[in-house]
Design a protein around this ligand. Structure first.
Ligand SMILES: [Fe+2]
Length: 324
């Protein structure tokens, strides 16, 4: 969602899938699935293929080294800062610390727990489709990985962010159910705006509703904190996949941490290119689930129709995805 719903999304654009590339053509691709340098991904995007398969043999040794380095340096920080549901979740996925994960292996462990699965995509997923995937318990997953010599530079999601940051959370039932409720909200939004006759008013209200959803997603699923018996812990995937920010968000006196308030979050702009100075904490995932319920009620009551302007920008493709 234009850098909004999915952390670090570079705004890559794709059009709806026309099917996956043919496996026998794999030999034509250069080795390596490095972010912004993978010809397999470029071709999929050019051909309008959003949902793809993971051509595992294309990962280079350098790609595996990047995974290994990322995993090794995050592990002690997860133990210190991550919430217990994440720690339990990542253990249950049995990820190999040395090699980029195969999505089918991840799904074998994940699916029996909550019905969720990781689904390979070639790039940016328009907002409605993204939420609709969540509703169907599929998580659009990037298969490229950042370069091993630029571990901190992340202009867009990569497989480390998606599999090590997001997917462990999907093993938790209450969290998984919350993501499904986000998907329900997107359907509610589409239903509401399709009933508006005036096209300009339709676009204006939809932009405001999508902005509210994007902000809520950002301050919870991507950058959420949880305050429980063990003190303040991290559950947001943008934090769980960032070596620097996972410590900064808990330790720094330059971060404001407040109990989450829905009316604040939906009106609060954010920037994606620096550490977050303002974060919100929930008490539990049941608490988070109840907030998504309230978000949907507010949407029906028209309370999301006029949220404060500002970031994130909502692009045309995201808006159109709700009107198809
Ligand atoms: Fe993300």
């Amino acid at each position: 969602m234009g850098g909004a719903v999915r952390a670090h999304n570079g705004g890559m654009k794709t059009v709806p899938s026309k099917g996956a590339p043919i496996r026998k053509e794999i030999d034509q691709y250069k080795q390596g699935l490095t972010t912004t340098q993978a010809s397999f991904i470029e071709d999929a995007q050019k051909n309008g293929q959003l949902y793809i398969y993971q051509p595992y043999d294309l990962y280079s040794e350098e790609n595996h080294t990047a995974w290994k380095k990322l995993f090794a340096r995050m592990e002690p920080r997860w133990k210190r800062y991550a919430n217990e549901h994440f720690l339990k979740g990542i253990a249950s996925l049995c990820l190999d610390p040395e090699r980029v994960p195969r999505l089918e292996d991840v799904n074998e462990f994940l699916c029996p727990l909550t019905g969720f699965q990781a689904k390979a995509v070639s790039g940016y997923v328009p907002a409605f489709q993204f939420f609709d995937c969540l509703r169907n318990r599929a998580f659009p997953t990037t298969i490229t990985i950042r370069s091993s010599d630029r571990l901190d530079y992340l202009p867009e999601p990569d497989i480390f962010h998606d599999i090590a940051g997001h997917v462990p959370m999907h093993t938790d039932k209450a969290f998984a159910d919350t993501l499904v409720r986000f998907g329900d909200c997107a359907h509610t939004a589409a239903e509401i705006v399709k009933g508006i006759k005036n096209h300009e008013e339709q676009l204006r209200r939809l932009t405001s509703i999508v902005r509210a959803m994007a902000r809520f997603f950002w301050f919870t699923i991507e950058f959420g904190l949880m305050k429980g018996k063990d003190g303040m812990k991290v559950y947001g995937s943008g934090l769980l996949s960032s070596f620097g920010e996972i410590a900064h968000c808990i330790e720094s006196d330059q971060v404001q941490r407040y109990p989450i308030q829905l009316e604040w979050v939906i009106n609060q702009s954010f920037e994606i290119d620096h550490y977050q100075p303002l974060l919100f904490y929930v008490e539990s995932f049941d608490h988070l689930f109840s907030l998504v319920d309230t978000l949907e009620s507010w949407m029906r009551e028209g309370k999301l129709d006029n949220v404060a302007p500002g970031e994130p920008g909502i692009n045309e493709e995201d808006i159109e995805s709700f009107l198809v």
